[in-house]
Write a protein that binds this ligand. Sequence first.
Ligand code: CDP
Ligand code: CDP
Length: 222
Amino acid sequence: MQIAIDGPASAGKSTIAKLVAKKLGYIYCDTGAMYRTVTYMALKDQLPLDDETTILQHLSQLQIRFAPGDPEQRVFMNDEDVTLAIREPDVTNNVSQVAALPGVRTELVERQRDIAAKHDIVMDGRDIGTTVLPHAALKIFMVASVSERANRRYKENVQKGIKTPLATLEAEIAERDRKDSQRKVSPLRQAADAIRIDTTRMTIEEVVAKILALVAEKKQAD
Ligand code: CDP
Ligand code: CDP
């Protein structure tokens, strides 16, 4: 069983995907973390972010691995735990540029399909339903208003002690949405057979319950 969850930044994809995977006993694959890891590598190695050839050479030497962790799944770049580093603003503000490189997408999509071939899985990202897993049993396209998404990021930041103004967060999210939706290769868009869920006024529990009900419906229909 493959469940694909796509949508713009901070719509709630990863929070919900993790909980759904846990409930069903499936693994969770955070494809955004993979694009973030490549971006982190490029920044760390001081590679020009438009030099696809060099980035691909470095990527070929790079293992990106998810490991169980408590409470969060950990992300490893070779032997380095990059779980926190890939969430830093520098990575967040540059990831859309790296994710637009066609060769990077080809390589990561291949790795994502390899992971999905081996397990029942919940995978979240931008192009899972359209490109990575076009035959997924259930496809969700999760959205929320920009102001609600900026609010959510703001609250997360407050907990981490980061004080970026709400207006800045809103502008950053809108800009990332624009870049992700307008890129040539696998832009962010809803698959024709995806179910749209607007989480603006929904709690996390409500969204999880809705998806579990859709999974149960699918299983019954098969
Ligand atoms: O969690 P957040 O919404 O901030 O983003 P993410 O899922 O960690 O993804 C970070 C970035 O990676 C996105 O803004 C996209 O540029 C890129 N991405 C992508 O292009 N394709 C995917 N399947 C997943 C992420
Ligand atoms: O993965 P994505 O960027 O789509 O979003 P996320 O990181 O899962 O969610 C962003 C924030 O919104 C988290 O702090 C969630 O707890 C929160 N959230 C919420 O308040 N209500 C929802 N229905 C979904 C997520």
